[in-house]
Design a protein around this ligand. Structure first.
Ligand code: NAP
Length: 268
């Protein structure tokens, strides 16, 4: 019995309409969970994903629009979720956004936007989910962070600050909710090919990323989603308050900044 089994579990995935979030919905549904897909602007993508997964896996799927940074919208989203899938056992705080902006030119509104989506959103959603999980005897909260919660990056000071905050938020939340039988895990991807970074990958070239990433490839959405499914399951029952980095050792590499020949390739 070593397959991930989420039968009977109810999950909410924020920003589940595309990219990593959509793949997380696919994996959770494939493991038997009912999934409520949150979107912000892309209702059509959420609707068709819900239909596809309901048909393929025979699980209950639903979807609802909300900006995760808006407290009123989040409350309404959870009320809709209660009605449509009957509650929550797994929350995946996946919705996120970034932009490239230098601190000396950054508009206050852009700082607020990025901090709100990446950090305030998980706070608001975890608060709603935590109250329900406490009542129901437990649950799992998974926060999708980034290697940039510890690796600083030029032009991403707002995003890096938000994800660093999210990393600590996860740790504090695990302390607050452990006695309610709620586990909290932070999952931090490296470079994963999605709409968020497609332009950047095209700008530098895929082969550059393949050189920079020690494992020699850019990550894919399944690399992240399968870890989320495992973390959400009872197989991960004693994993709590920690961070998992999924990056092919990218964050351990200083190659782009400090190029040195590999061992055994030093021309001796
Ligand atoms: P993506 O393709 O741009 O998708 C972002 C998702 O977030 C979309 O579904 C979008 O919904 C939703 N979203 C944006 N703002 C929202 C808001 N205010 N309220 C609710 N939903 C909102 O990005 P991704 O690459 O899949 O990223 C997913 C998560 O992984 C993010 O937290 C990101 O920071 C993190 N991450 C990504 C990478 C990477 O290399 N891709 C690396 C590290 C971490 P709509 O389309 O409906 O608006």
């Amino acid at each position: 019995m070593n397959r991930i089994d989420l039968k009977g579990k109810r999950a909410l995935v924020t920003g589940g309409s595309q990219g990593i979030g959509a793949e997380i919905c696919r994996h959770l549904a494939a493991c038997g969970a009912s999934v409520f897909i949150n979107y912000n602007r892309n209702e059509e993508k959420a609707r068709s994903l819900a239909k596809e997964l309901e048909q393929r896996h025979g699980v209950k799927m639903a979807y609802g629009g909300a900006n995760v940074a808006n407290a009123k919208a989040v409350k309404a989203l959870f009320a809709q979720m209660d009605k449509e899938i009957g509650g929550i056992d797994i929350l995946v705080n996946n919705a996120g956004s970034e932009s490239v902006s230098h601190v000396l030119e950054m508009a206050e509104a852009e700082w607020d936007r990025v901090l709100d989506i990446n950090l305030k959103g998980p706070f608001l959603c975890s608060q709603e989910a935590g109250k329900r999980m406490e009542k129901d005897g437990g649950g799992v909260i998974i926060n999708i962070s980034s290697i940039h919660d510890v690796v600083p990056r030029l032009g991403l000071i707002h995003y890096c600050s938000a994800k660093a905050g999210l990393k600590m938020f996860s740790k504090c939340l695990s302390l607050e909710l452990a006695d309610k039988n709620v586990r909290v895990v932070s999952i931090a991807p490296g470079a994963i090919e999605t709409d968020m970074n497609r332009d950047e990958i095209a700008k530098f070239g895929k082969d550059k990323f393949e050189d920079w990433i020690p494992q020699g490839r850019i990550g894919n959405v399944a690399d992240v989603a399968q870890t989320v499914a495992f973390m959400a399951s009872d197989m991960a029952d004693y994993i709590n308050g920690t961070d998992i980095y999924i990056d092919g050792a990218y964050m351990n590499s200083t190659i782009p900044y400090d190029p040195r020949p590999a061992r055994g390739d030093q021309g001796e």
